[in-house]
Write a protein that binds this ligand. Structure first.
Ligand code: IPM
Ligand code: MG
Length: 371
């Protein structure tokens, strides 16, 4: 029997509560499965790591992350840490994980469950049946480019600088992942960039065009200006299949896409590295797209579905357990169809529940599906 080592990094705010519901599912699978067992270890990241160790993630936690079969991540940040030194801010822990493990490919699928089509702020007919995937570059661009600084000028004024940098290799390897994903879906890729304003945008358009020609002429490719993409996502999101984009545009477009699914509390993500040349395994981190939601943290109100769906993505992409992943996704759909809702997706006539009840209901639905 296979044993998978999972590193759980709940982090701050609602990350702690939503991770507890993932642990419930892990316990369920450990009890049920004779195919694989999960060995979990938990560590600190974000504000809580800063409070304990003075850094947003320790080297010891990084070593565990490096050795894990998959990392499940909650959320980081909150007003409590607004004034900690910039290099120790909670988000630095997450960014270090992404950068040091070279998790360059960030998959953010936005799926509108039928039961939630009315929970979106967009009209039902616009989002019903939506199934798109944003593939965000995660280790380059504006997030990591140097110089990145605030300097004081001679006249006493300050100047802030962020730098957007991309190389051919960084764009090419992401584009390949995008084409591979599209082939298993509806075979269409939109590359979103600002080639009308940014030199990096010109490079994105050129490299993705070349990669398409050499690697994936069977896939339909369109280039779309990132601002137009934001508009089209609201106007007619179902025209998209896979959107390939850079780190910063991907951050913005994926929050926008999340609202089409009803709530930011619904969107999972997977961050993957390159396959190991020997084992074929990729380093991987799975996290909900939502943040730590300090306003509702600690009250049992958070929607655990994005974190649970992120665990399902870990089953699918890192642990070769696609069948189990399908079961988790089905259990989520069943619970939503039964009318249970956390506050963020609550609608008239539905039953409002908290984090634990939602997690328990999903575990019970899983139990039923596997009985
Ligand atoms: C995300 C988040 C992060 C990001 C923050 C927490 C640093 O917004 O994963 O989308 O900007 O990448
Ligand atoms: Mg974001």
């Amino acid at each position: 029997m296979a044993t998978f080592n999972l590193l759980l990094l709940p982090g701050d705010g609602i990350g702690v509560e939503t991770m507890a519901e993932v642990e419930r599912l892990i316990a369920f699978f450990n009890k049920k499965s004779n195919k694989a067992q999960f060995a979990t270890s938990t560590d600190l990241v974000g504000g809580v790591a800063y409070d304990t160790h003075g850094v947003a993630i320790t080297d010891a936690a990084m070593a565990k992350a490096d050795a894990a079969d998959a990392i499940i991540f909650g959320a980081v940040g909150g007003p409590k840490w607004d004034s900690v030194p910039y290099e120790h801010r909670p988000e630095a822990g997450l960014l270090r994980l992404r950068k040091d493990l070279d998790l360059f490919a960030n998959l953010r699928p936005a799926i509108c469950y039928p039961a939630l089509a009315d929970a979106s702020t967009l009209k039902r007919e616009v989002v019903e049946g939506l199934d798109i995937l944003i593939l965000r570059e995660l280790t380059g661009g504006t997030y990591f480019g140097e110089p990145k600084e605030i300097v004081t000028l001679e006249n006493g004024e300050k100047r802030g600088v962020d730098t957007t940098v991309y190389t051919t290799r960084e764009i090419d390897r992401l584009a390949r992942v995008g084409f591979d994903l599209a082939r298993k879906r509806r075979n269409k890729v939109h590359m979103a960039a600002k080639w009308n304003v940014m030199r990096t945008g010109v490079l994105w358009r050129d490299v993705v065009t070349a990669t398409h020609k050499a690697y994936a002429p069977d896939v339909t490719l369109e280039h779309i200006l990132a601002d137009n993409c934001a508009m089209q996502l609201i106007r007619n999101p179902k025209q998209f299949d896979v959107i390939v984009t850079d780190n910063l545009f991907g951050d913005v477009l994926s929050d926008e896409a999340a609202m089409m699914t009803g709530s930011l509390g619904m969107l999972p993500s997977a961050s993957l590295g390159a396959p190991d040349p020997k084992t074929g395994k990729r380093k991987s981190l799975y996290e909900p797209v939502h943040g730590s939601a300090p306003d509702i943290a600690g009250q049992g109100l958070a929607n655990p579905i994005a974190t649970i769906a992120s665990f399902a993505m870990a089953l699918r992409y890192s642990l070769d357990m696609a069948k189990e992943a399908d079961l988790v996704d089905q259990a989520i759909a069943d619970v939503l169809a039964s009318g249970l809702r956390t506050g963020d997706i609550m609608q008239p006539g539905m039953t409002k529940v908290g984090t634990t009840e939602m997690g328990k209901a999903i575990a019970a639905a899983l139990e039923k599906l596997t009985a």
